[in-house]
Design a protein around this ligand. Structure first.
Ligand code: HEM
Length: 370
C-alpha cells in the first residue's frame, strides 16, 4: 500500500527506507508569537497526517478555490510519502521565548574551508523534508502546506533530489550510485537496527538535552556540487584512490566484496586504502571514532547548468545523528582537506533539529517544546 505511518515515537522519514524522490523546503517562520507558532505546528501535524495517509478531499463550494491542487486526481494517495519537520537554531532567538529550550548542539551552519556557501541556499527557521515515490507527490504535498500557511511560513530555499527508482524499490540496504558513479551507502548504518539507531540517531536523556528533545535527531543537509566535467576526465585509478573503493563493485581497495569491512589494521601505511581516502577519513574504524558514526540519507540532485557552462549537479548530503558535534561535525573536520575536495563544492544547506514524533492523534508536532 506504500503507506508510511505518521504516528510514533519518532518522525517518519529518518529510518524509513529511501523512496526515489525528495524535496527539501526551508522556511522562515513569520508567525508573530508563540500562539501562532502553536497554530502552525497543529496545522503541519494535521496536513502531514492526512497527506501521508491519503483520502478524498471534498470541495464544499465551487465559488471557493479548489480544496486541493488536484495534482493527484480526485483522491490523494500516500505514495510512500513522509513529511519530516526540523527546526533551525534561529527559531530559538527572542521571537518565541524559546531561547532556553534550544537543543544544546543546534547552531547555525558555518563555512568549512572548501565551502562556497550561498546565503540564499542556507539555513532557515524550519525545514520540511518531503520524500515519496515521485516528484509530483512531493510537489503536491509542498503546495498543500504553502497554501495553508501564507501568514505563518515564508519559503527560503528548496532543493530537489532523486535516486534511481529501479534500485530503491527493493527494501533494505541496497546501494545506489551517486553522480560520481560510485556506489553510495555501502558502509552506511543499518536503519532497521533499532538498537543501533537508539545509540547513534535518537536523542535520549544522555546528553543533557532539554527534556522535550528526546526522540528527535539532529539533521544535516548539505548541497554539494560535483565538478563532474573534471571528474569524468580523471583516470579511474585516481578516482578509486580518492574514494578508497573500487568503482564498479564497491569493494574496499585491496579487498573483495562490496560488504567486506575495510581492514585498516592490516594496512597501517595506506598501501591499499590511502590514509587520506574519503572512506578512511570519514570512518577510520578505531574505537575512538566509533562515537562519530552517522546515519546518511543522501539524494542526488541535477538542475541544469551554471552561468559558467558547467553542469549543476551533485549530492544532497543528509545525515542524522543524536549529537551534531560528535557526528557530522567531527566527520567533516576529518574530511577537511581530503583529495575529493578538488571535485566537490558545498554551496548550501543547514543544521536542523527534527522534532520528536507525535505519539497519538490529538497531539501535535513540537507540543512538548511549546
Ligand atoms: C562513504 C561519496 C560527502 C561521510 C562514501 C562512499 C562514497 C562517498 C562513494 C563509499 C560508499 C559508502 O559507504 O557509502 C561521497 C561524495 C560526497 C560525500 C561523492 C560529496 C559529494 C560526504 C560527507 C560526509 C561523508 C559530507 C560527512 C561529513 C561518509 C561516511 C562514509 C562515506 C561516514 C562511510 C565510510 C565508512 O564507514 O567506511 N562517501 N561522500 N561523505 N561518506 Fe561520503
Amino acid at each position: 500500500q506504500d503507506i508510511q505511518p505518521f504516528y510514533g515515537a519518532h518522525q517518519a522519514g529518518i529510518v524509513t527506507p529511501q523512496p526515489a524522490a525528495a524535496l527539501f523546503a526551508a522556511f522562515d517562520v513569520v508567525a508573530s508569537d508563540k500562539d501562532e507558532l502553536v497554530r502552525l505546528m497543529r496545522l503541519l501535524t494535521d496536513r502531514f497526517a492526512f497527506l501521508m495517509q491519503g483520502g478524498v478531499v471534498k470541495q464544499v463550494d465551487r465559488k471557493l478555490p479548489p480544496a486541493d491542487s488536484g495534482l493527484m486526481g480526485d483522491k490523494v494517495f500516500p505514495d510512500n510519502l513522509t513529511m519530516t519537520v526540523g527546526v533551525g537554531a534561529s527559531l530559538f532567538d527572542d521571537r518565541f521565548g524559546l531561547a532556553d529550550e534550544r537543543p544544546r548542539h543546534l547552531v547555525t551552519m558555518t563555512q568549512f574551508p572548501n565551502d562556497a556557501l550561498e546565503e540564499a541556499l542556507c539555513h532557515g527557521d524550519l525545514l520540511i523534508q518531503i520524500c515519496s515515490n515521485t516528484a509530483e507527490t512531493n510537489i503536491h504535498a509542498l503546495r498543500d502546506v504553502i497554501k495553508q500557511t501564507p501568514d505563518l511560513l515564508s519559503l527560503r530555499w528548496t532543493m530537489d533530489g532523486f535516486l534511481p527508482p529501479h534500485t530503491v524499490k527493493k527494501l533494505g540496504r541496497d546501494t545506489v550510485r551517486n553522480l560520481l558513479g560510485f556506489k553510495d551507502g555501502t558502509a552506511n548504518l543499518d536503519a532497521r537496527d533499532d538498537h543501533l539507531m537508539d545509540r547513534i540517531v535518537w536523542v535520549d536523556g544522555r546528553d543533557a538535552e532539554p527534556a522535550w528533545a528526546v526522540g528527535g535527531s539532529y539533521q544535516v543537509v548539505r548541497k554539494i556540487r560535483m565538478l563532474v566535467e573534471r571528474w569524468d576526465r580523471t583516470p579511474l585509478g585516481e578516482q578509486e584512490t580518492i574514494i578508497g573503493r573500487s568503482k564498479m563493485d564497491g569493494a574496499p581497495l585491496g579487498q573483495t566484496g562490496e560488504r567486506t569491512v575495510p581492514d585498516y589494521a592490516a594496512d597501517p601505511n595506506g598501501d591499499k586504502v590511502r590514509l587520506d581516502a574519503h572512506i578512511r577519513l570519514a570512518n577510520p574504524r578505531t574505537p575512538e571514532t566509533d562515537a562519530n558514526l552517522i546515519l546518511r540519507r543522501p539524494y542526488n540532485f541535477a538542475s541544469g547548468f551554471t552561468k559558467a557552462g558547467q553542469l549543476d549537479m551533485g549530492l544532497l548530503f543528509v545525515s542524522f545523528q543524536a549529537n551534531l558535534a560528535a557526528g557530522f561535525l567531527a566527520v567533516q573536520s576529518r574530511l577537511n582537506g581530503e583529495p575529493l575536495e578538488e571535485y566537490i563544492k558545498p554551496v548550501g544547506g543547514g543544521y536542523f533539529f527534527t522534532l520528536p514524533g507525535v505519539s497519538t492523534p490529538g497531539r501535535y508536532l513540537g507540543q512538548p517544546l511549546l
